[in-house]
Design a protein around this ligand. Structure first.
Ligand code: ATP
Ligand code: MG
Length: 256
C-alpha cells in the first residue's frame, strides 16, 4: 500500500514543487512505483515533468470536481515508475466549486483509496495556501514533507503550518504524521541562514531531515527544460542532495 506524502507549506516559493518532483523522481529511480499529484493551479510540478499544460484535456480538476476516474487522468512521465496526475489551468477554479460539496475535505482521500495498492508512494504538490486543496492533501496523506527556506520569519510561518496540520490530525486524519522538515535553498555562508537553520533544528529537533538542499542553479534551470534534476544534471550538487533526501524519506516512511 502506498504511503501518501503531502509536500506543503503555505509560504510561496520555498521549494515545494522542486522537492515534490525531485523526491518523486528519485523514489521512482530507486524502484518504488510513485504517483505525483499536482494540486497547485500554477502547475509547476506538471511543467517540470515535461507535460505541456495547454494540451491537457484531463487532469486532477476533472477527477476532483467532475468525478472522472482517477486512472483516466494519470500520465506517464519520462521516468519509468513515475506517474503524474497533472494540473491544467482549470484547477484554479476548483476551490470555489469544492466549497459547496459535502465531504469536501475528503475528496482526495477517496480518490486515492483505489490508487494506493498500485503504488509505493503518492506525493501531493500543494499550492502556497492552507485552502481546500491543501486541506484535502493533508486529509489524504500519511505524512507531511515541509520545505522551509532559511530566511527571516521562516519559523513564524512554520508554527502556524504545524498548528494547522495538528488540527487536521485531530479532526479529520488521526493517522497523519506531522513532520519531515527539509531546509531548502540553503547558503550557509550567510549568517541569517545559519541562524534560522539552527533555530528550526532547536525547535523541531528530529523532525528536521539531516539532508538540506543547497541553492543550486541547475535545480532552478531544470524545470524550464521540462526535466527533473536526475535527467537534467544528475551530477549536480542539487541532484546529489535530493538523492540523499530521498534516501532519508524512504528510511523514515518505511522503517519508522
Ligand atoms: N535548491 C534550489 N536552488 C536554486 N533554486 C531553487 C532551489 N529550489 C527551488 N528553486 C527555485 O526557486 C523557485 C521556487 O521553487 P519552487 O517552485 O519549488 O517553490 P514552491 O514552494 O513550489 O513555490 P510555490 O509556492 O509558488 O508553489 C523556483 O524558481 C525554483 O526553480
Ligand atoms: Mg509549487
Amino acid at each position: 500500500m502506498a504511503r501518501a506524502i503531502a509536500v506543503c507549506n503555505q509560504k510561496g516559493g520555498v521549494g515545494k514543487s522542486t522537492t515534490a518532483v525531485n523526491v518523486g523522481s528519485y523514489l521512482a529511480l530507486s524502484g518504488r512505483a510513485t504517483l505525483l499529484i499536482d494540486l497547485d493551479p500554477q502547475g509547476n510540478a506538471t511543467t517540470a515533468c515535461g507535460i505541456q499544460r495547454s494540451s491537457l484535456d484531463r487532469d486532477v480538476y476533472e477527477v476532483l470536481v467532475n468525478g472522472l476516474p482517477a486512472s483516466d487522468a494519470i500520465l506517464k512521465t519520462p521516468i519509468e515508475q513515475l506517474d503524474l496526475m497533472p494540473a491544467s489551468l482549470d484547477l484554479a477554479g476548483a476551490e470555489p466549486h469544492l466549497a459547496s460539496v459535502e465531504g469536501r475535505e475528503q475528496l482526495l482521500r477517496r480518490i486515492c483509496e483505489p490508487l494506493k495498492p498500485l503504488y509505493d508512494f503518492i506525493l501531493f504538490d500543494c499550492p502556497p495556501s492552507l485552502g481546500l486543496l491543501t486541506v484535502n492533501a493533508l486529509v489524504a496523506a500519511d505524512s507531511t514533507l515541509i520545505p522551509v527556506q532559511c530566511e527571516y520569519l521562516a519559523l513564524e510561518g512554520l508554527n502556524s503550518l504545524m498548528r494547522a496540520v495538528t488540527l487536521i490530525k485531530q479532526a479529520l486524519n488521526p493517522s497523519l504524521r506531522v513532520g519531515g522538515i527539509v531546509l531548502t535553498m540553503t547558503d550557509f555562508r550567510a549568517n541569517l541562514a545559519k541562524e534560522v537553520a539552527g533555530e528550526v533544528k532547536r525547535y523541531f529537533k528530529d523532525l528536521v531531515f539531516d539532508t538540506s538542499i543547497p541553492r543550486n542553479i541547475r535545480l532552478a534551470e531544470a524545470p524550464s527544460f521540462g526535466k527533473p534534476i536526475c535527467l537534467y544534471d544528475p551530477h549536480s550538487t542539487g541532484a546529489l542532495s535530493y538523492q540523499l533526501l530521498t534516501q532519508e524519506v524512504i528510511e523514515k516512511e518505511v522503517d519508522g
